[in-house]
Design a protein around this ligand. Structure first.
Ligand SMILES: [Zn+2]
Length: 124
């Protein structure tokens, strides 16, 4: 799903998409700095790999995300947000979802069985 920057106004608009069964929805609007403010939620289940035993398992996803999109190169500096730059005048929401999924996959994940072992080890 792509949306043209020039069509985005200060009035919040809703978006919704899904990819491989993962739901991404929320709203976006132009902010006072000329960036696009995206507030969303990613829901469903995701296959991840256990960092301890390398087994694949499912995690429940319910991630709130808040980021900014820039029409072209962003020269400013925002401490509290990730600013994504798009170079063809369009925001690509599929790309945002894909990169969020990729970064969730890179987080530390541990399966139920390994969690039990870790808890057990902590006690001794
Ligand atoms: Zn494991």
């Amino acid at each position: 799903m792509k949306i043209e920057f020039k069509k985005i106004g200060f009035e919040p608009k809703k978006f919704q998409l899904s990819k491989n069964g993962i739901e991404f929805q929320g709203e976006f609007k132009k902010d006072k700095d000329g960036l696009v403010d995206i507030l969303g939620n990613i829901k469903n289940e995701l296959n991840v790999t256990c960092d301890r035993c390398s087994k694949e398992f499912m995690i429940k996803l319910d991630e709130n995300i808040h980021l900014k999109a820039s029409d072209g190169l962003y020269k400013g500096h925002l401490e509290e947000y990730d600013v994504l730059e798009f170079y063809d005048g369009m925001i690509d929401f599929d790309e945002i979802l894909e990169s969020e999924i990729a970064s969730i996959k890179l987080d530390y994940h541990i399966c139920n069985e390994c969690e039990k072992i870790e808890d057990f080890e902590k006690e001794f």
